[in-house]
Design a protein around this ligand. Structure first.
Ligand SMILES: *[C@@H]1O[C@H](CO)[C@@H](O)[C@H](O)[C@H]1NC(C)=O
Ligand SMILES: *[C@@H]1O[C@H](CO)[C@@H](O)[C@H](O)[C@H]1NC(C)=O
Ligand SMILES: *[C@@H]1O[C@H](CO)[C@@H](O)[C@H](O)[C@H]1NC(C)=O
Ligand SMILES: *[C@@H]1O[C@H](CO)[C@@H](O)[C@H](O)[C@H]1NC(C)=O
Ligand SMILES: *[C@@H]1O[C@H](CO)[C@@H](O)[C@H](O)[C@H]1NC(C)=O
Ligand SMILES: *[C@@H]1O[C@H](CO)[C@@H](O)[C@H](O)[C@H]1NC(C)=O
Ligand SMILES: *[C@@H]1O[C@H](CO)[C@@H](O)[C@H](O)[C@H]1NC(C)=O
Ligand SMILES: *[C@@H]1O[C@H](CO)[C@@H](O)[C@H](O)[C@H]1NC(C)=O
Ligand SMILES: *[C@@H]1O[C@H](CO)[C@@H](O)[C@H](O)[C@H]1NC(C)=O
Length: 898
């Protein structure tokens, strides 16, 4: 109250000072963060080309300081934009279809404009995993730049000197037809365009070799075709890492790669089709640490010089055609941690020198032609070994039963083990992945073995002769894969940890009820249940309510019977259901809540009632072949836009073919054969990939397709009326079988639309009229059967229709080649006719008739889920060769290499 004026003054002064300071700081601060106007305008220009469905760039408007815009960072003194960091984050659901792309509906899309390169101080640019479709070079397209006068270059045409990192990877639909602009980014150190389409850019190497500072370069899966096989020298001066895996290189290994002026340390050329030998003499790769050449067609010997790459840590030559012995010189690679030589044609013994590789963590030499003995002597020094995989039919494992290894493995694969499993297996208490294949070894004592297996996460036994009874054995690995081992007895017990349970092709018998009903689990994680090709009997049980996580059930080729239970209808996650070749009867309406089915295979049972009309939109394969289904084909089916295989053959279907089949939009495209049906289960560690296959029988030849076909088979029913024109709009249709029905009418000219058609069977109906000339354009047609109809006139000539007279017999009014009956119009010019000819003709027709009766039968079927197991994608080819039914696993390497 009675404060003296002087103290008031002091207070005022202090307040003023405070104000000043605040003002000063706010001015200072705001001037510090205020973004440069030119930069802001550049960003706004960039924004105009971008489609931004979820408002990622909503903060990008002029009123707000652009240094505070999302993803933008400025230099805190100059206010110039230095970082643009806007990768899109996508999450994958646990189960996704193989042909389903990541959901990118929230990511940036539209046009990616290189106007951003006008940001003179930008050094970090990351728009990875977005969904950009095109790239906009503006007027700056580099060729144009070259033509512009030197004095007045737009900024881009000057060299953008600050950019260090450019990441546009995983924009899978982005087409970049020109990389010239990159050569101007003279400070670029890191470049990734992984997954971007670059097939139109033929000069990619030219553009990047101009970059003196480039250290890392990722162009994997870019559809590149030219690896410049004849270029001897490339100017990279700073390059450390080069990833060109998964492209379309088909030529030789290029010289330039081994003749770099820099000391490269990482080269990945895996998953191409490069087909030469490795150089004979030591190339310039002295500092290389990682050399990945797997999954190519490389051949010839593994050269000795590899042993001189002193710094080499990882060498992966698997899945090639290397032959000859494993060079002993590899034993000199004292830094080596990972050596993979799987699936080659290597022979000879395992060199003793490999024992010098005391840093080895991974040793994988599966599926070669090695001979000799592998014993503890070979493994004594590998104290760091975590991953051991060894198999060759001629290799003998002979371990001292008392031996205790110096290592604790995480992963073990053995194949062709005779006599006994190595006793040291049971010392491996950290083991998580165990794979044993093609072995005749005894697994005795089985109790000990099954008990040991409970510690595993991944338990995989294929094609062994275990002959054990697994009733009540507890299986608790996340993935259990026990295929073709002649396992006997009833159902095993499973723990809640089991996600994949495959007991395909064994001799299991009895009911599945103990597994499903007595084994109640609070929270089952089971996604995949496959017990096809066993001797199971009894009913399906009504215990499916407890197994809601199931995505895939295969119980085909057993002796199961009864009706399809209601509880199975509660499996709302179910995508694949194979119940083929059992003895099920009754109606299938109990499944009507399984709206997510992709494949429903109920073939070869005694099921009856009407064709299901409750199927969800996503169904791709529907096989009801050889049952007792009756009634009309419901028009509701036409809503199944994804349907690619419709097999209703051998039922009692009547009435007309619905006139809305053109609604099967998936059948409009002939890319079916590039699609696989299957799904990926994303599990921690590595995903499980399951693929389905289709088995098609054409005149006794059984062909198995791992990709989809567009197929309609309605044969052997009592369908009547004419074939609706809409069917001829299915331009991707590959096989059409309407034989053995009561169909009539003509084949319209529109059949020429079905350009993808490989097989058509209209035999044994009442079709009439002439065979249209347009069938001549069906270039892929290899099976044609029009026999036993009422076709008239001349068979069109000059076509693929040629086939044989069997295709046409039983049509008395048809004439012309390949039938011997000459058409009247041709007869005029041919006045000589041999007397005996007609008799011969009749005989051969009779004979063919008989033959056709036995031989036709074009069956389309899903023979269960087929797949392959990929270990590091290495064994794929080998599995494709010998497993009747295959399973895909992708096991990504545990020990990351980079
Ligand atoms: C400016 O940024 C640099 C690095 O980003 C940081 O080290 C420095 O402290 C900042 N200066 C100011 C005044 O904020
Ligand atoms: C860009 O750099 C390249 C090589 O570093 C040089 O040849 C070219 O003249 C430069 N272009 C401009 C416009 O400065
Ligand atoms: C390596 O490059 C040089 C040019 O620098 C060339 O003369 C030589 O032939 C190349 N070597 C090979 C093996 O291609
Ligand atoms: C590589 O460098 C040489 C000279 O060192 C030069 O003549 C040549 O044009 C360069 N090639 C490329 C593709 O940059
Ligand atoms: C190279 O690309 C492949 C395929 O995308 C990937 O698996 C591998 O980890 C990459 N290597 C590096 C060093 O990024
Ligand atoms: C099963 O293993 C044996 C060796 O034990 C092998 O000869 C045979 O080819 C294998 N069969 C299949 C189908 O892989
Ligand atoms: C099913 O049962 C029949 C007769 O009992 C038998 O002949 C057949 O082999 C069995 N099929 C399977 C797959 O077990
Ligand atoms: C054709 O498909 C569309 C949607 O895919 C559906 O709305 C329509 O009802 C279908 N037509 C018929 C006749 O089923
Ligand atoms: C006439 O008959 C002969 C054999 O008898 C045959 O080679 C020729 O192709 C026929 N010509 C016509 C036009 O059909």
């Amino acid at each position: 109250m009675d404060a003296s004026p002087s103290s008031m003054k002091l207070l005022k002064f202090l307040l003023l000072c405070l104000l000043c300071t605040m003002l000063f700081y706010s001015v200072m601060c705001s001037s510090k963060i205020h973004c440069n106007e030119k930069d802001m305008n550049t960003l706004l220009r960039f924004k105009t080309g971008v489609t931004d469905p979820s408002g990622v760039l909503s903060s990008w408007f002029p009123k707000l300081d652009c240094c505070q815009w999302t993803g933008v960072k400025c230099d805190n003194i100059t206010g110039r934009v230095t970082h643009l960091n806007l990768p899109c984050h996508t999450t994958q659901p646990k189960v996704v279809a193989l042909d389903e792309k990541d959901d990118k509906s929230h990511c940036l899309t539209g046009e990616f404009s290189l106007t951003l390169l006008e940001l003179e101080f930008l050094w970090y640019l990351d728009f990875s995993n977005n969904d950009f479709k095109s790239i906009q070079y503006n007027s700056m397209g580099s060729q144009k730049c070259d033509q512009l006068s030197r004095g007045n270059l737009p900024h881009l045409c000057r060299n953008s000197t600050n950019l260090r990192l450019l990441d546009l990877s995983l924009n899978y639909d982005l087409l970049v037809d020109n990389l010239h602009w990159i050569s101007r980014l003279s400070s670029l150190q890191y470049l990734s365009l992984e997954g971007v389409h670059l097939h139109k850019e033929i000069d990619w190497l030219q553009s990047v070799t101009m970059l003196p500072s480039l250290i890392e370069f990722h162009l994997q899966r870019c559809q590149l075709e030219n690896i410049y096989p004849f270029l001897q020298y490339a100017n990279f001066t700073s390059l450390q890492a080069l990833n060109l895996s998964g492209n379309d290189f088909e030529s030789e290994l290029p010289s330039w790669l081994f003749n770099l002026s820099c000391d490269i340390s990482y080269i990945d050329l895996s998953q191409n089709k490069i087909h030469s030998q490795l150089p004979k003499t030591l190339p310039n790769l002295r500092r290389v640490k990682f050399l990945i050449l797997s999954q190519n067609y490389l051949k010839g010997p593994i050269p000795n010089w590899l042993g001189q790459l002193e710094q080499l840590q990882e060498l992966d030559l698997s899945d090639n055609f290397f032959s000859g012995p494993i060079p002993a010189s590899l034993g000199n690679l004292s830094s080596l941690t990972d050596l993979a030589l799987d699936s080659n044609e290597l022979n000879g013994n395992l060199p003793d020198n490999l024992g010098n590789l005391f840093n080895l963590e991974t040793l994988s030499i599966l599926k070669n032609s090695l001979t000799g003995i592998v014993s503890e002597r070979n493994l004594l020094s590998f104290s760091k070994l975590r991953w051991f995989a060894m198999s060759s039919p001629g290799l003998i494992f002979d371990f001292d039963p008392e031996w205790i290894p110096p290592f604790q493995l995480q992963h073990l694969t053995l194949g062709y083990v005779r006599d006994k499993l190595p006793a040291w297996l049971f010392t491996q208490s950290s083991l998580e992945y165990l794979i044993i294949e093609d072995s005749t070894a005894s697994f005795e004592p089985l109790d000990k073995f099954w008990n040991f297996a409970t510690q595993l996460k991944f338990f995989f036994l294929v094609n062994n002769t275990i002959n054990g009874d697994i009733s009540n054995v507890l299986l608790s690995s996340e993935r259990v894969w026990l295929v073709s081992n002649n396992l006997r007895g009833g159902m095993p017990r499973i723990s809640p940890d089991v996600v994949v349970l495959t007991l395909y092709n064994n001799s299991l018998s009895g009911s599945i009820s103990p597994l499903l009903c007595d084994n109640r689990i609070d929270k089952s994680n089971l996604v995949h249940l496959d017990m096809g090709y066993n001797h199971l009997t009894g009913e399906l049980t009504d215990c499916w309510n407890d197994w809601k996580s199931l995505v895939h059930i295969d119980l085909s080729y057993n002796n199961l019977t009864g009706k399809i239970p209601h509880s199975m209808g509660s499996l709302s996650n179910l995508r694949f259901l194979y119940l083929e070749s059992n003895k099920f009867f009754g109606e299938v309406s109990s499944l009507n809540n399984c709206k997510n089915l992709w494949i429903l295979d109920l073939g070869h049972n005694n099921l009856s009632g009407v064709i299901p009309n409750w199927l969800g939109q996503s169904v791709r394969g529907l096989k009801l072949r050889s049952n007792q289904f009756s009634g009309n084909i419901p028009t509701q089916l036409c809503q199944l836009g994804s349907l690619m295989v419709m097999d209703f053959a051998g039922n009692r279907l009547s009435g007309p073919i619905p006139n809305c089949l053109h609604n099967f939009t998936a059948m409009l495209f002939s890319n079916a054969s590039t699609l696989k049906v299957g799904y990926i289960v994303h599990l921690p560690g590595f995903p499980v990939i399951m693929t389905a296959s289709i088995t098609i029988l054409i005149k006794g030849n059984e062909l198995e397709y791992f990709n989809l076909m567009n197929v309609i088979d309605l044969s052997n029913n009592i369908l009547s009326g004419s074939v609706p024109l809409e069917i001829y709009m299915l331009t991707g249709l590959q096989s059409l079988n309407l034989s053995h029905n009561q169909l009539l009418g003509t084949i319209p000219q529109e059949i020429g639309n079905l350009e993808a058609l490989e097989s058509i069977d209209l035999s044994r109906n009442q079709f009439s009229g002439e065979i249209p000339e347009s069938m001549a354009v069906l270039h892929y047609l290899s099976v044609l059967n029009l026999s036993f109809n009422n076709f008239v006139g001349k068979i069109p000539t000059g076509t693929q229709l040629g086939s044989t007279n069997l295709s046409y017999i039983g049509n008395p009014l048809l004439c012309g080649a390949p039938l011997t009956k000459i058409c009247p119009q041709d007869e005029k010019s041919n006045n000589t006719k041999h007397a005996g000819e007609e008799d011969d003709d009749d005989k051969s027709e009779l004979y063919s008739w008989f033959y056709m009766g036995l031989g036709i039968g074009f069956a389309v079927g899903f023979l269960g889920v087929l797949g392959a197991i990929f270990f590091n994608q290495r064994c794929r080819h080998a599995y494709f060769r010998f497993l009747h039914r295959m399973y895909d696993f992708v096991i990504q390497k545990m020990n990351s290499i980079y």
